[in-house]
Design a protein around this ligand. Structure first.
Ligand code: HEM
Length: 362
């Protein structure tokens, strides 16, 4: 779960840092200078932002590779267009990485290179940015979230505005050429909007983008859509293996159960129960929340515990904005314990002592 958040978060912060550095680079080239800042300080900011981008890129790639939910493969991070997961759109990320790597390596070897060659290669930075933006829009499962999409289009708008500023000051070009370049820059955010509306914002994009059908079947990468109906999971029965810890605080005790689901849609299940201590030492569960993340894709299913029986929890699970389905976790042995095993029934409830599946959704 942490890996998944880190993978997406690092991608978004990376895009912000690359955009900020590109804007700074273009603005400096265009003769802009921030107030009292000496030239070397501005250059140091430019260099440090580039270093930060490299660190974030490493985090982004490593977390994507370690996260079992997105099948990418280490080679695909470096070699464009060979990934089994969204090959073209992920390949653009790899291409952007290669271009950035070329700029970083040649910058480190700058004293050994002719200035002209170094400059030519440094121009690749300009190419790596739009390639990275297209990768973000086409690969990101969050593109359909309004704030993520707004942020990504905002980056494009910021760079377009800076290019307009830069071209406006470039007196060495003829007026006609400048107007043309400025019009092209101004039209770019609009073009991104139109393309996104026909592509990544459409439902069914995950399939068109080349998400493996195994990942689609378990319901996930298509699902991040804030619009469109998230898919329900097919019912299954699977074994559960995990652990449970308890943290008492006065009369209240919080019990956390987490572990792997083996079989069905696989993945990770987490339960958090809040219980009151009764006289005599027994516990009465007051409320509980459940989070289920299938093995593939990015959809998260959450819900509330609706009833608790001996060795059994009945709850409802729903994807964000989607319909809830009943579920039950039966556990062998006492809880809390360092090892908890049992069965997870999703889409149906076992005929156990707790019975019934009514209750509220999350
Ligand atoms: C400069 C290069 C890169 C930038 C700026 C970048 C940026 C991003 C951004 C902004 C997202 C969207 C995150 C979201 O929707 O929440 C994303 C998603 C993703 N990136 Fe990258 N990326 C780059 C390179 C790479 C590389 C080399 C790989 C190869 C391993 C990669 C793999 C992915 C994957 C698999 C996702 C989808 C994650 C998900 O939403 O579940 N990226 N990237």
């Amino acid at each position: 779960m942490t890996l998944w958040y880190l993978a997406r978060g690092s991608g978004l912060v990376l895009l912000a840092v690359l955009t900020a550095n590109l804007v700074l680079g273009i603005a400096i080239q265009g003769g802009w200078h921030p107030g009292a800042w000496p030239r070397f300080a501005v250059q140091a900011v430019h260099r440090n932002l580039a270093l930060l981008a490299v660190v974030l890129l490493v985090i982004h790639v490593v977390t994507i590779e370690l996260d079992p939910f997105v099948p990418v493969g280490w080679w695909a991070a470096l070699v464009p267009f060979v990934s089994p997961y969204r090959p073209f759109w992920l390949g653009l990320g790899s291409l952007s990485l290669d271009l950035i790597a070329a700029v970083v390596v040649t910058s480190l070897l700058r004293s050994h290179l002719r200035l002209r060659w170094w400059r030519v290669i440094h121009w690749l930075t300009y190419l790596s940015w739009p390639v990275a933006v297209l990768h973000s829009l086409g690969t990101g499962t969050d593109t359909r979230l309004t704030w993520v999409f707004g942020f990504e289009v905002g980056c494009v708008g910021l760079v377009a505005a800076t290019v307009i500023f830069r071209v406006g000051r470039a007196n060495r070009y003829r007026a006609g050429v400048r107007v043309l370049l400025m019009a092209a820059a101004a039209a770019t955010p609009m073009a991104v909007l139109v393309w996104s509306a026909a592509g990544p914002l459409q439902s069914g994009w995950a399939r068109r983008a080349g998400t493996p059908t195994t990942a689609l079947a378990s319901g996930a990468p298509t699902a991040a859509g804030a619009r469109g109906r998230p898919p329900a999971l097919a019912p299954f029965t699977a074994s559960f293996l995990g652990s449970a810890t308890s943290s008492p605080s006065g009369q209240v005790e919080t019990i956390s159960i987490s572990g792997r689901v083996q079989g069905g849609a696989g993945g990770q299940l987490m339960v958090s129960l809040v219980a009151n201590q009764l006289p005599g030492g027994s516990l009465a569960v007051d409320r509980g929340a459940v989070t289920y993340r299938p093995a593939t894709g990015s959809q998260i299913y959450t819900g509330a515990v609706v009833s608790v029986g001996p060795g059994s929890l009945i709850f409802r699970l729903a994807p964000r904005g989607g319909a809830a389905m009943p579920a039950e976790l039966t556990m062998n042995g006492p809880v809390p314990a360092s090892s908890v095993s049992g069965l997870l029934y999703l889409g149906s409830v076992a005929a156990g002592p707790a019975g019934g599946d009514g209750g509220q959704d999350s």
